[in-house]
Design a protein around this ligand. Structure first.
Ligand code: BES
Ligand code: ZN
Ligand code: ZN
Length: 509
């Protein structure tokens, strides 16, 4: 769906559907109404506001009321769209409106940007509309495979909008971000048979070369030949016939900025998690193609970051492999030596994510980063604790935690901080090795996070996002469809934007 921006009155817009975002106050008070709403209502002889009363349209967030204009406007139909109060409400509403437009078969859409929609809301509306246009039809056939999404969306700015060109940047940033999120969603939605470690590495490498990032893809032989000591990663990969890939992407700015300590990102990239010898039951295994959603989020973020060109390096590491119970699979009771030298006794081969991530975090630590952030569909326990709408955030550093909470708030993603409670650390003690990879039943996402912490060099600020509950949506709502949500991408990009601003201000003073 193509996004365009113009200063144009509602009466001139030739389209299949004109979307008019409204707030509750707009219906109640005439003085609050946007010029677009007043104009459309007048052209329809007052039918729009009358219908809103008759149909009990209360402008609740995401509510919709569609009227045919019967030739009274150039637009074929108009839609009143409940905008809600937070920008995330608007993002959801615009996504839902685009999906409804697809069902109506509307190809050319317009959205009359009301005066109340300032920069942040304009961005949210553009993002939401484009996220709502995502649909995963690659595996359907016949009519069902045909794209039904609208071809274009014209954002109509009200007359007198100051500095329309600054709005252009907002909309193009929003489009780049939505493109990155939708790309990440597609990587996750693709079945594991077609998104093997090799496929994921190829997708990462071609994205990198198209966007001016450096990509280094290592095979198992490369990992061994270089003496990287990633035995936890290699152990998890052993049970599958699919060869593993170590994916390392980086953005390096020009000049002295290249010498700054990098931001390090790590993503869980288990392209299929059968559980290994601690085999998952069938129902739990069905969605385990999603177990590379952390990597997909990191890759999506890198795609957007490449375009932002931040004034500091950004590195991303992902150990991509499957977790399968093949004849060469790693065993319970095996002791593995990690990249940083610590030893781990395997108590459950289904707790594989922390093993691979442990090695990746240690590898990332070698680069002496300013901060390291990992994203992982790590534990079912995080969904038990927080439900499916909040990502669990763990942080060793309060400043990094605050920045990520701020970024998530601005990006419209819900994060909730969980504690790295020292009292649970003894749960990871092993009778034979430095630790085991399994904690107690209670606080499962906390012990998983405490396990990861062991592999980050002390002193490096570290945050861990457990997206096991949020990476996939069980229902279609707002801009989401059943399937991958792209959780984490928007927050990471917003965080990099915040850091870039900070670097620029520091550089200027
Ligand atoms: N990939 C799973 C976590 C997961 C569960 C992601 C549900 C998405 C939805 C992870 O590797 C895993 O199997 N974790 C175990 C940990 C346990 C063995 C300590 C779990 O959550 O049951
Ligand atoms: Zn697992
Ligand atoms: Zn897993």
């Amino acid at each position: 769906m193509e996004l365009k921006l113009s200063v144009q009155p509602v009466r001139d817009a030739d389209c299949d559907l004109m979307i008019l975002p409204v707030r509750l106050a707009d219906l109640k008070n005439e003085s609050d109404r946007s010029a677009a709403l007043i104009e459309a209502d007048a052209m329809l002889d007052g039918a729009l506001l009358a219908a809103s009363q008759d149909e009990n349209f209360g402008a609740k967030a995401e509510s919709m009321l569609v009227l045919h204009t019967l030739g009274k406007m150039k637009a074929k139909r108009v839609m009143l769209l409940g905008a809600g109060s937070r920008s995330e409400d608007l993002r959801m509403a615009c996504g839902k409106a685009v999906k409804a437009a697809s069902k109506l078969g509307a190809k050319r859409l317009a959205l009359a940007v009301p005066e109340f929609m300032l920069e942040r809301q304009l961005r949210a509306a553009a993002e939401g509309a484009l996220l709502g246009a995502y649909c995963f039809n690659d595996y359907r056939t016949g009519k069902a495979a045909e794209p039904r999404i609208p071809a274009s969306l014209d954002l109509l700015l009200p007359a007198g909008t100051p500095d329309p060109s600054s709005r252009e940047k907002i909309v193009s940033d929003a489009a780049a971000l939505a493109d990155a999120v939708n790309w990440a969603r597609k990587l996750v939605d693709t079945p594991a048979a077609d998104m093997t470690p090799t496929d994921l590495a190829e997708a990462a490498a071609s994205m990198a070369s198209e966007n001016g990032l450096n990509a280094e893809i290592l095979t198992e032989e490369d990992v061994r030949a270089r003496g990287l000591n990633l035995d936890m990663f290699l152990a998890v990969a052993r049970g599958s016939h699919e060869p593993l890939r170590l994916i390392h992407l980086s953005w390096t700015p020009e000049g002295d900025d290249a010498k700054k300590p990098p931001l390090a990102l790590v993503g869980k990239a288990i392209t299929f998690d059968a559980g290994g010898l601690s085999l998952k039951p069938s129902a739990g295994m069905l969605w385990m193609k999603t177990d590379m959603a952390g990597a997909a989020a990191v890759l999506g973020a890198m795609k957007a970051i490449a375009r932002m060109k931040p004034p500091f390096p950004v590195h991303a590491w992902m150990g991509a492999c499957e977790n399968m119970p093949g004849g060469n699979a790693y065993r319970l009771g095996d002791v593995l030596r990690s990249h940083c030298g610590k030893t781990v006794e395997v108590h459950d081969t289904d707790a594989e994510g922390r093993l691979v991530l442990g090695d990746m975090l240690a590898l990332a630590s070698d680069a002496k980063p300013a901060a390291v952030i990992d994203l992982a569909t790590l534990t079912g326990a995080v969904a038990v604790a927080l439900g499916l709408y909040n990502t669990g955030l763990f942080a060793s550093d309060d400043d990094l935690c605050r920045d990520l909470m701020d970024a998530s708030e601005r990006a419209g993603e819900s994060f909730w901080r969980l504690p790295l409670d020292e009292r649970l650390r003894p749960d990871l003690d092993s009778p034979v090795a430095d630790m085991k990879n399994l904690g107690d039943r209670y606080g499962g996402s906390i012990t998983a996070a405490l396990f990861l912490r062991e592999f980050v060099t002390p002193g490096i600020p570290w945050a861990h996002l457990d997206i096991a509950g949020t990476a996939r949506s069980k229902t279609a709502r707002g801009y989401l469809d059943v399937g991958a949500s792209g959780a984490g991408v928007r927050t990471l990009v917003e965080y990099v934007r915040m850091l870039s601003d900070r670097h620029q201000t520091a550089g200027a003073s």
